[in-house]
Design a protein around this ligand. Sequence first.
Ligand SMILES: Cc1cc2nc3c(=O)[nH]c(=O)nc-3n(C[C@H](O)[C@H](O)[C@H](O)COP(=O)(O)OP(=O)(O)OC[C@H]3O[C@@H](n4cnc5c(N)ncnc54)[C@H](O)[C@@H]3O)c2cc1C
Length: 402
Amino acid sequence: MSRPDFLIIGGGIVGLAIAKELKNRYPDNHVTILEKEEQAGLHSSGRNSGVLHSGIYYPPSSVKAQVCVQGAREMIGYCIDRKLPLNRIGKVLTPTRKQDALQIDLLQQRALENGVFVERLDEKSLKELEPEAFSVTGEALWVPSTAVGDSAAVMQSMVSEVLHMGIELRFKSVITSVDVGARNVKMLSGDAVSYGHAINCAGLHADSVAHKFDVGHRYTLLPFKGIYWKLDPNSGLDIRHLIYPVPDLRVPFLGVHTTTMSDGSIYLGPTAVPAFGRENYYGLKNVTAPELFRISRLLMQQTIAGRDGFRALAWQEGRRYFKPWFADAARAILPRLQDNHLLPCDKVGIRAQMFDRQDKKLVNDFLVERGLSSTHILNAISPAWTSAFPFARFVIDNYIER
Ligand SMILES: Cc1cc2nc3c(=O)[nH]c(=O)nc-3n(C[C@H](O)[C@H](O)[C@H](O)COP(=O)(O)OP(=O)(O)OC[C@H]3O[C@@H](n4cnc5c(N)ncnc54)[C@H](O)[C@@H]3O)c2cc1C
């Protein structure tokens, strides 16, 4: 039985970034990544918007705030150094509903506290900068540092790099059970791997993997699907930057927005509609009866309780499965958009959103839990793609090396 010093479960951006940082710190140690799929990036890390967030949404005390601002700088540098696609386009953030008007002050304040340059736009400057964007007050925030990368290209580059560094990356390796005392994991194939320290970066399965290590029983996954539509290049809409609505900061979703890729194509989305399985990307695919029951029961309980705007979220987002309601959400930022400007596309992702069974709420911040010779990354939701490099250092400094 092989025995790596560090065994990483999950080869998404978080697992790869932690592997790379560990190998840099401990070149003589054996680092192994077990990835259940036949290639890396088949889940969140290859299915996201690719936006390198500037870090203006998060309270300064949060882990997200500590790693996002620096993360965006490092990921931009990574793309430039390796000549990967990058669109340094900037973002306009507008309040689209009366109740969001004051949030813009809060976001401006958070940007200041987190060290991110933003500019307040009045009605005239917004019209000049982004003529199509709607703002209920006429005002907006301009965030020039927001950029868009290509998550598939970054994943490909990271895989080559970790292999080149001598890190072992084993595909088709699904963890099925753990013997915590003996420090070994068993795989679906029947093979076993023992470890010095295990790091769970299993994304949509991070809670169930943690539970196998007897860690994180307080948390369970509540998956939310992000559906996108592609903007018809002949729509005639003049979209110059990313356009985002001011979000409801009680929930960890940013609202339907535009994303302009480096090839100029524009996507609208993602939604945050409930998914009925951890990997339920399309139709009823990957839906199992126990998971459907678990997720539906949780959604029902939260909707009835109506905490933190959950009832409004469920009602508003649930309808966005259907094109007319999705188009309405998109029209909140782009009033001239017509339903027929939205072309179907197969871009879809599912957020690895954790639900706290004790506090009965969605977890907002990144969450890391320590077990016996193991560390568990729970709730690696957005902006974990942006933040992957400093987040890896944060996890190693504060959990793995302690
Ligand atoms: C719709 C959407 C849009 C987003 N947009 C952005 C954005 O614009 N900017 C941003 O910064 N972030 C964004 N995010 C968030 C970002 O994509 C994630 O935070 C990030 O990709 C998380 O990476 P990860 O490595 O934790 O997860 P993943 O990429 O999901 O990797 C986890 C890996 O673990 C593997 N695995 C699972 N179970 C097992 C097991 N039992 N054994 C072995 N392997 C296992 C999986 O196969 C998977 O490859 C978005 C996410 C979604 C869903």
